[in-house]
Design a protein around this ligand. Sequence first.
Ligand code: ADP
Ligand code: MG
Length: 244
Amino acid sequence: MKELLSLNNVEKTFFSDEGETKVIDNLSFKVFENEVVSLIGPSGCGKSTILNLIAKLENLNKGNIITNCEIGYMFQKDNLLPWLTVYKNIMLGLEIKKRKSKESEDYTFSLLKKYGLSKFASYYPEELSGGMRQRVSLIRTLSLKPKLLLLDEPFSALDSQTRLFVQEDVKSIILEEKLSSLLVTHDISEAIALSERVLILSPRPLKIKKELKLSYDNSLLPSLRRKDNSFSQYFNDVFNTLHY
Ligand code: ADP
Ligand code: MG
């Protein structure tokens, strides 16, 4: 299996007038091709900081991070600009990265069609449901042809019904496009429904308390996993590790 991401003995401390805060202490893990890995941990433990370090939005203090592929980053909020249409919002990713070309535009338009968004191309974000906006945001991320998706609590702003549909949608797209993903969440069911491995994190300074390998086949969608007997066992396992 090809290694897409490797964190090696990573340490991160924030310095401010009030002093220093060590957020991450000696963290190591890998993400391989065609797998979804979840990071689950309490609020404020440093999950978003990990993604920011990987995306090089923050610098680390010790250790190193090796990435072997194009990376796409999708945030909690959809970050769509309200004054641009769906089409223009999606093309914005290419423009910002200065990768707009006939070929990249054609590819992006083919994604729009494939994922049922072409009829909404001239809509504005406020005319779409929360789930559809997340889909637009994901397609914008995919236009840059990433192999590894960094997802920071992408479902947390959605109501609980919509969340289930969008989880199913995102996992299907990850499978269809043969992507890997590092998914940050504080929702136990979400981690088990979507990923192949769950890294359970401690409060600050963040460490991996336990790594849980799930026995599901990669291609098993969240709705079917939830019906499996093992689901509640995994849930209890993650819950107990997080809280004790
Ligand atoms: P999580 O995503 O797990 O909720 P974060 O990674 O956002 O946690 O934050 C972890 C800790 O680091 C928090 O205590 C937060 O206040 C602190 N932190 C995050 N970013 C910065 C920053 N730019 N400067 C100072 N402290 C920060
Ligand atoms: Mg966060």
